[in-house]
Design a protein. Sequence first.
Length: 94
Amino acid sequence: MNKVTYSVKIGEETYNVVTDEQESVFLAAVQLVDSLVKDMQAAGLSDRKKSAIMAALYIATQLMTEKNKVLDKERELRVVESWLIQQEKRLVEV
C-alpha cells in the first residue's frame, strides 16, 4: 500500500502521521483517541501525557479483551474440528 501523510488533531495538539493503513480505519482510530483524551481531560486529568497514556491503556485493554475472545473461539473451533474428524473416521469404518 502507499504511505500517506495525515495532519491530525488529538487533544488540542496537531500531529503529522505517515501511515499505509486504510484511510477510514486510520481516521476512526484518530477519532477514538481524540475522544478518549478529551474525556480524560474533561474528567480532570489535565496533563496531556497522562491523558494519552490512559487512553492507550484503555484501548490496549479493549484490544486484549477482544484478542482473548478470538483465542477462545479458536480453541472451541479446534475442539469441534477434532470431534468432526473423529466422526468422519467412524463413518469410514462403518
